[in-house]
Every structure is written in C-alpha cells, then in structure tokens.
Ligand binder design. Structure first.
Ligand code: GLC
Length: 651
C-alpha cells in the first residue's frame, strides 16, 4: 500500500508516473516541525536503513548524514555528504516493522540517519515543500517492488551494452581507437564498446566531430561496427558559446538556455570555456536538445553517455569577475590567519560555487523557477531529453544511454555510471555497496569505472575490480587523463583478464535474463543478503551481494589478500572459476568460512535449488547464446527461466 502526503506546495518532479491522490491523514512515523522544516522519527535499536541510491558509505545507511544536492565531486570519501545523484528513497526495517519512504522534492534535502543521534532519523528541507510517499508491504522486497511500480519501468539498454567497454579520457584520434581494438583482438579479449571522451569533438562542442583527428567519421563508425565495436561518444551539458556553431546560435535565437534574473543567458564555463546551459526543464528546449543526438545517430552512433550534468560549473562569468575584483584587496598585504584563509577561500570558491546555482532560472511547467529549487532535476532532464528523442528517432531499436547525474525518474530513460571514483581499494568496496541501493531506486543499468578513474591503478586492484565488474550490467574500464593507462592488454596478467572477460560473456545468458526479469518485474538485480535471509548475521554483512535469483558474490576488495571470510546464510555451492570452462565446485555448509581466492580466480556461490546457466563466450555479444551448460546445486537445469529476445527491439 502506498500513500502520498503533501507538505507545502511542492514543485512537480515527474518522478512518479502513477496517479496517487494526496491523503489528508497524518504522516505515519514522523513528527513534523514546520518552523525547523524537519521531519523526525525514532529509530529502534534493531532498525536498519537501506537505500538512498548512489551515496557514500555502507549498505546500511545508519550513522551518517546524506544530503541530496547533486555535486561534481571526484573525491568520494567518507566525510562527504553529497555525490552526483539524488535518489531519495529508503526502507527502514527490522523484524518488528518495515516501511519505505520516498521524499519527492527537487531541491536540497538532508537525511540524518542516526548521525546527530543514533536513535533518530530526521529529514531536513531547505524548502518545506515535498510529496512524501509512505510504502507499507510484506517485507523489504515487496516494499521496493511497490515503490518501483509507481516510478515506472527501468531503462533497458540494447543487449550489446552488456559486453565489455573500454574507455579513456581520451582516445585522441581514430588511429588510437583502432589500436585499442587491435590490441584487444590480439589479446583475445572480447570487446563490444569503445568510448569516445571529450576530445573527439571539435573544440568541445556537443554534436560535432573533430575532422582532423576523426576524419570521415561515419565511415570510421562503420569500420568499427564491422569489427563488432560500438563507438559511444560523450555529450556534455554545456553548449559552447561560439559564433557560427549551430547549436549555440539556435539555442540563443529560440531562447532555450537558462537565464539570469535580468533575462540574459547565464554564461558559465566548462571544458570549452564559456558555455550556456540548455534549459532541459523546459519541454521545448528539451525536445530541441534531444533532437540534436540525431546528428551523431545519422553517422551510425547508437550509444551515448551524458556528463557534467549536475551541472558542473568551472566558473560563471559573474562570479569570476567578483573574484578578480576582490583579489586586488589582498595584493601586497601581509596575509595573516584571517586574511590568508579568506583569500584562499575566495580563490578556491570558483568552481561549483553554491551561490552560482542561485543566479539562474528555468522556465519549468510555465513557472520561472530559480535553479537551486530544482537543482537535482537537471541531469535527469538532460537524459530525459535524449530518451524522449530516441523514442522518436529510433522507434524500433534501443539506444545505449547513461548519465552521471540523476534523480529518480531518470531511471526510465537511462542508466548511470558512478562518477569519478579513484583507483583505491576502498572505491571497489564502495562500488559493491552502491549496487543494491541504486537498484532500489530503479537504476538497473549501472556500473562504476573499473580500475578507478582518478589516480594510478595497479594490476592487482584492476584484477579484483574486473573480477567484480564482470557482474555489473555496465562493465566499463575508464580512467582519467594523466593517470596510468589501464587497458587490460597492458598488464602481465593479460591472460587472466582474458579469462575474466570471457567468463563475463559466458555469464551473459544469466546476467541478461536476470536484468530483464528485474526490469520487467520491478525487482532488484543486486540485493544485500538481509533482503532475503532473515537471520541477524545476514544483516551485518556489508560486502557480499545476491545477484539475481541464483548466485551470491563475495568479492575480494583488499590489497595483498589471497582470500577472505565469507558468510553463508545457507548451504551453497562454491564455484571457483579460473575460466568459464575451468572451474571447481565445492558444497559448503551455512556459516562463516575463510575462502581462498587467488588473483586469477573468481568465486561464485550458487544457492541451493538454483541454477547458473553458462554459454560459450564469443568475441562479442550475440543475440543467440550457444553451447549452453548449467551449474546446478540440487536443481533441475530446466527450472531456470532464460529470457531471450533479439536484444535490440524496444520493449
Ligand atoms: C568527467 C567525467 C569523466 C570524463 C571527464 C572528461 O570527469 O566524469 O568520466 O572522463 O569528465 O570528459
């Protein structure tokens, strides 16, 4: 049962697609403090809180303060409160009670989950205007499914998007891309996608191609497709200000960019220098921008990633002027404790400056709304622009799309990647822990930058991360400019990587079937153990996952470990893969075990009465899976329901 309560006069977000009337009942569980703009309730000692999507820290969110305020912050450390996403759905549960809460409000909102006081959960609002949905059900899975039922079906990518993708900021020329494809081919590692980062564009202008470094682009796209590789270009939120650039000129002429109070287009800066931001919240501007993807689709492109759409702002022209003016005050001064830090703050305040988000306005549903009031909807509507356009531009075929910034609702139009992580062991764990939380909020096609985006990766980290990444729907190795190159063929362990990636391809029938069942049935693909096992120990486990109906994962995420402790909530069959066709099986009893896992091994635990199908891996994703075999633990292989379709037609 889902009830909707209204506080104040909320700005609609279009995240919920099912009509639910507002009830006049009192909001259950919460005490409401209008003056403080806070909702509070008491947590019991046993209560666990799961959800909130792509955030910092562990699976059980209790013990920290999370703020929904989409932020371009590449340091996903424990002290942070906000990342790129606002996914305001969570479930509170213990054996005694369970309920879900969705806080639908497009502005800043904070969830103090036992942070200020361990036995209190409070939600504080900048504007006390929100629709609060209360979800009651038979257990946590039922609550999640009901919630998913009201926000609409999750985005389904083409099947080839379940292949392996290689990315780098940036492959600078077509020849460099060819070299990546060649090297993967030589190494015998399947590859379905190569990502094009910002340097494929002409001076960082969306929907353009640098003709010098990527000559005859449509031919190049075709050539790569003939090799089974889809090129996936990035699209950024900011539109370069440059005379003669059609997207800029049309946007100015038609008034499709966000405006300052005085009616002038906001001038901000990102990669190309000065840009305007399209007003994605405006229906007409959204349709206009969405239609621009056609420029690349006409050249054979069938997948995209949307970036910098929090939006990230290097500076606004206005704030930069303010800073330059104030800098003079400090010239030639003996900077002391106070003035030095003021000066440092002034210079450090230039990018993603909070006040800049109050300088511009949207024309949203006939209202002029200051950006900060609807900040968390920006990336969502950029991706919606693409998604809505794809329905018209490609009515038959699915298009790959994922975004950095998100809000619930966007899950209908695209997936997400988990932003600019680092080549840190702790970020491998964070990747593991974020998976179920984003699934709860409808985001199924997701994955993190494998190997880590920032910092230099190491072979062992990349091995362990790839060993986990083979299970995530978006399976992409990506890294930042200036960091160690991390294409898999560059490492001594290239043959181990080959076995891992080929195992991924062998798992496709399972991963795709479970993904489709989750998408079509409003289910989760990744679950914490305690979503299915009711024992108290399962609720303590923060580093193992159930994936689909058949298997449990216990990834190794620490340096120099040759194994780990694994908790088995019931008897399971451990399958120790060295390759898709080289594995050992061992039935293990419920309880705690220390399990060996060398760097060249991937562990999969098959649940009792369940089946894990495997196919013979090919060099790319096939619509038909061939040479199927089945690993069963006290189960009949026929009991597994494979999902098959052509992998490309819209559903
Ligand atoms: C942002 C993206 C990253 C990309 C870079 C350059 O940092 O998150 O993935 O490589 O911009 O486009």
């Amino acid at each position: 049962m889902i009830r909707k309560f209204r506080i104040g006069n909320p700005i609609p977000t279009d995240s919920v697609v099912k009509e639910i009337p507002v009830t006049q009942d009192n909001l259950p569980y919460f005490e409401k403090n209008d003056e403080a703009k806070v909702l509070t309730f008491s947590l019991n000692k046993e209560d666990k809180v799961y959800g909130l999507g792509e955030t910092v820290r562990g699976m059980n969110k209790r013990g920290w303060l999370y703020t929904s305020n989409n932020s371009d912050d590449p340091n996903h450390t424990e002290n942070k409160h906000s990342l790129y996403a606002s996914q305001n759905f969570f479930v509170v549960f213990s054996n005694a009670r369970q309920f879900g809460v969705y806080v639908d409000t497009p502005g800043k909102v904070s969830f103090d989950i036992g942070y200020t006081s361990y036995d209190k959960l409070s939600i504080s609002f900048e504007d006390f205007d929100a629709d609060i949905y209360n979800v009651e059900g038979e257990g946590v899975m039922d609550i999640v499914s009901q919630f998913r039922g009201i926000i609409g079906r999750s985005y389904i990518p083409p099947k080839w998007a379940f292949g392996f993708g290689q990315s780098r900021w940036s492959y600078m020329t077509a020849d460099e891309v060819r070299e990546v494809a060649d090297k993967y081919q030589e190494a015998g590692i399947p590859l379905d996608m190569i990502y094009l980062d910002i340097d494929y564009m002409e001076r960082y202008k969306d929907f353009t191609i640098d003709e010098n470094s990527f000559p005859e682009f449509p031919k190049f796209v075709e050539e790569m497709k003939a090799r089974g590789i889809h090129l996936v270009p990035i699209i950024d939120a900011g539109v370069k200000n440059e005379d003669g650039y059609d997207v800029y000129e049309e946007g100015v002429e038609k008034d499709y960019f966000v405006k300052k109070e005085n009616g002038e287009n906001l001038v901000a800066a990102v990669w190309p220098g000065k840009v305007h931001f399209p007003d994605f919240l405006n229906d007409e501007a959204r349709a206009w921008f969405g239609n621009k993807y056609k420029v690349l689709m006409d050249q054979g492109i069938d997948g995209f990633w949307n970036d910098m759409n929090e939006p990230a702002i290097f500076y606004t022209e206005d704030h930069l002027n303010e800073v330059f003016e104030k800098l003079d005050d400090y010239k030639g001064k003996n900077l002391d404790i106070k003035s030095f830090f003021e000066f440092k703050d002034l210079v450090g305040s230039i990018d993603n400056y909070p006040e800049d988000y109050k300088r511009f306005y949207h024309d949203y549903k006939g209202m002029k709304i200051r950006h900060d009031k609807v900040h968390n909807l920006f990336g969502y509507n950029m991706t919606r622009a693409a998604g809505e356009a794809f329905e018209k531009l490609s009515p038959d075929k699915r298009i790959l799309m994922f975004s950095r910034s998100s809000y619930i609702g966007m899950h209908r139009y695209g997936g997400i990647w988990h932003g600019d992580n680092q080549s840190w062991w702790s970020h491998l764990l964070l990747n593991i822990q974020q998976m179920p939380a984003v699934n709860m909020c409808g985001f199924l096609y997701t994955g993190a930058d494998i190997g880590g985006f920032g910092s230099d990766t190491t072979e062992d980290l990349l091995l362990r991360w790839t060993a986990f990444g083979i299970f995530t729907p978006l399976f992409r190795n990506h890294s930042a400019m200036g960091t160690r190159r991390q294409e898999l063929y560059r490492f001594d362990a290239v043959d181990v990587f080959k076995n891992f990636v080929r195992l991924r391809y062998a798992l496709i029938p399972y991963l795709y079937s479970e993904f489709m069942k989750a998408a079509l049935g409003d289910k989760m693909l990744f679950k914490p153990l305690c979503f299915e096992y009711k024992d108290e120990r399962s609720a303590q486990v923060e580093d193992q996952l159930l994936l689909g109906e058949s298997i449990m994962l216990a990834p190794v995420y620490t340096q120099n470990a040759s194994g780990r402790y694994v908790y088995l909530p019931e008897d399971m069959k451990l399958v120790r893969f060295h390759a898709f066709d080289d594995y050992d099986e061992e039935v293990m009893s419920a309880g705690d075990h220390y399990v060996k896992a060398e760097l060249n091994e991937i562990l999969v635990f098959v649940r009792k009465g369940r089946v894990l199908p495997l196919a013979k891996p090919e060099n790319g994703i096939n619509t038909k899976d061939s040479d199927m075999s089945f690993i069963c633990y006290e189960a009949d292989p026929d009991s597994y329901e494979l999902y098959t379709d052509d992998g490309i037609s819209r559903i």
